[in-house]
Design a protein around this ligand. Sequence first.
Ligand code: CA
Length: 98
Amino acid sequence: MQPTETERCIESLLAVFQRYAGREGDNCTLSKREFLAFMNTELAAFTKNQKDPGVVDRMMKKLDLNSDGQLDFQEFLNLIGGIAVACHNSLLVKTPSP
Ligand SMILES: [Ca+2]
């Protein structure tokens, strides 16, 4: 059976997380360096529009709910979820009301 679109999205998120988390140290979490690499590669459209170089640092601190200096998959999903909600909201704004 072919995976559904939703299943493929979940697999992709897992694969991307594992690819960056596996670069150094604990391969189940993103270190700050791994998170920076992820942001600059996978979300380059977002990071290159940021004039403040500390923005990714602050995002990491905000996302790191248990303050262990690492982002686990749950913490990573909070970022993805937040971006998805922001995209959804901006689409709603752009859609003219009837
Ligand atoms: Ca953490």
